[in-house]
Design a protein around this ligand. Structure first.
Ligand code: AQP
Length: 329
């Protein structure tokens, strides 16, 4: 099991948590799990060095606050394991230019940046992601729906390499929970919640002031109907709120629909705002505790990098050998 999250935005948002990190926490109990903060991916868009350093620590603190346990999983920072960049290069040399050009995330992100400003790093970032996954021989990759195409590319490249050079890589599958595969923007439930949302009102950052979070929930866009019912097509706003509340409360969507029968959207929003505040308040406090103890954080990361490198180095050595690189004596 392998997955990663960017340290770009500072706070994780609700989509990151429900779509990915929440599953990571559960899966560390049942799988040999590798989780990383993908700082090499972060530099595919311009980064301020001091901010990148601070945000990388902040991302690790949030993962621990969310419930990752370094005794149960391998938690590390991508740039601490040089094999990612090394296997990334090999994978670049196996990827067709047209194949990389079809990645919709690149199209979206480069369109947002302006074609002239998008870097080659942004273009090849899905290929680095391929290397991230294959290095650990991952069977499964817990991610949100927006990453499905990148996992498909990973499968294609793993099969291509295995076909040309002999069985080397495990073919991974995406692990995407249907219910939380895509959490939507609170102001525009037609698009995914994202750090690059067009308005901050649609985005719930977990480290924001809980009062501001409650306010955003209460001003979420719904519809002109009054019935609280899950219908992703006709009632995307209400359905999104139901999904979020269902995940946070542990009640199924059907149970929630029944309990809100005859009640208005205000009741749903009030309960969700409360559930959000209940969730983010201890999350913020725990994150701060980890940030206040940088020595523990660094020691967790040092151990994580050592464990990750042991696996990554073995896969890379095998890959180099299969490709015909002369071994260094
Ligand atoms: N809205 C979402 N619903 C479900 N899952 C989501 N993920 C992201 N948004 C949603 C999942 O979170 C994990 C980490 O993604 P990332 O490292 O790409 O984080 P990000 O850069 O903060 O994600 P954004 O906001 O989506 O960034 P932009 O705006 O750059 O596109 C992944 O597993 C992802 O699927």
């Amino acid at each position: 099991m392998l997955s990663g999250i960017q340290p770009t935005a500072g706070s994780f948002h609700l989509g990151n948590y429900l779509g990915a990190v929440r599953q990571w926490v559960a899966l560390q109990e049942t799988h040999d799990a590798f989780y990383m903060v993908v700082d090499l991916h972060a530099i595919t868009v311009p980064q301020d060095p001091a901010e990148l350093r601070a945000n990388t620590r902040l991302a690790v603190a949030q993962l621990l606050a969310a419930g990752l346990d370094p005794e149960r999983c391998t938690l590390f920072v991508q740039s601490h394991v040089p094999e990612h960049a090394q296997l990334g290069w090999v994978m670049n040399c196996l990827t067709g230019f047209g194949e990389a050009s079809r990645m919709t995330q690149f199209k979206d992100k480069s369109a947002k940046q302006g074609a002239d400003r998008a870097t080659v790093g942004l273009f090849t970032y899905p290929v680095l992601q391929v290397a991230d996954i294959l290095l650990y021989q991952a069977n499964q990759v817990p991610v949100g729906e927006d990453q499905r195409q990148h996992i498909e590319l990973t499968r294609d490249l793993a099969e291509r390499f295995n076909g040309r050079f002999g069985q080397t890589f495990t073919i991974p599958a995406p692990y995407i929970l249907k219910e939380t595969a895509k959490i939507y923007d609170l102001q525009d439930p037609a698009v995914k919640m994202s750090k690059s949302a067009s308005t901050p009102k649609g985005l719930i950052n977990l480290l924001d002031d809980p009062k501001a979070t409650a306010k955003k929930v209460k001003s979420a866009v719904t519809d002109t109907d009054t019935v609280i019912r899950f219908d992703a097509e006709k009632k995307p706003g209400v359905s999104n709120l139901l999904t979020i509340l269902s995940t946070l409360s542990g009640s199924s969507v059907e149970e929630l629909e029944r309990s809100y029968e005859g009640k208005g959207y205000g009741a749903l929003k009030t309960d969700l705002a409360e559930a959000m505040v209940e969730f983010v308040t201890p999350f913020r406090a725990r994150t701060q505790e980890y940030l206040d103890d940088p020595e523990t954080l660094d020691s967790i990361l040092a151990k994580g990098a050592e464990k990750a490198r042991a696996v990554a180095a073995e896969t890379l050595a095998q890959t180099y050998d299969r490709m015909g690189f002369l071994p260094a004596k």
